[in-house]
Design a protein around this ligand. Sequence first.
Ligand SMILES: [Zn+2]
Length: 290
Amino acid sequence: MEFQVKCDLCSSKQSSVLFNFPEYRVLSCGSCGLVFTDSSVYSRDLEIYSGDYYKKKYPKRYDSYTADYRKLENDSIINNYTNLLEQLEKFSAKGKMLDVGCATGVFLDIARERGWEVQGIDVSKYAVHYARKNFGLKASVATIENLKAPDSYFDVITLHEVIEHVPSMKSVLKGARKKLKKNGLLLLTTIDSSSLISQLSGMLYHSTLGKINSPAQKCFQLQHTFHPTPEIMRLYFKETGFKEEWFNRSEIPVDKLQEGPLMTLVIGAIYLLQKLTGKTFLFEFIARKV
Ligand SMILES: [Zn+2]
């Protein structure tokens, strides 16, 4: 079955249905292979990114997002932020940093402590208020497209698990390029729809003719407008004027999964296979403006 929905990456209107979930469809572009949620079936309500989004949807992650994060010992999310900053600092002197989708501001607080001059934007009023009040951060409710900042201003722009949520990845990458200085860097982390767990959930969905759809719905969430892969991101970089500098695969830490003990065990086993086969659920890029 084909639909006339324009692909964000290549503008083709030849897409087919990958998943037909009760509330939404996930489509695959017949030309470039981009997998995306059919945005015509739901309205993007930014009010969902309220306090409850952080507290109730991700309760096990929430501690890492609060002003109390410093009290945590050896926290996997905080460790990942530190590792990413160390990596970034190999490619760039500490200058002006913008975090797009800064959430409650923990990443920026860590970056500032390391000597970066930081600023954040988010579509969530709750998160921006939290970042200002608890960390005294320069944060505002904005998108990269409507941010009031001079062009060629930032040394680094970061996006942590944000690009899969936006209405247009192309528009966000173009917007980021515009705000970056010459040779400025983009740090991006996102989900991989070609990960083993996504493939297995898809096989389960298709082999049961869509009857067992809950694992696939978790891997291909409604809130994710896009379901990228590293290869797709490389095509986007080429299209929007970035050059890849560094690539790494990562994973949502098992201790942060919002699942019961049995499912956590199953996912833990899949994670082990993902690590061995190089098909993890998350990946990270540093790319340079060209
Ligand atoms: Zn396409």
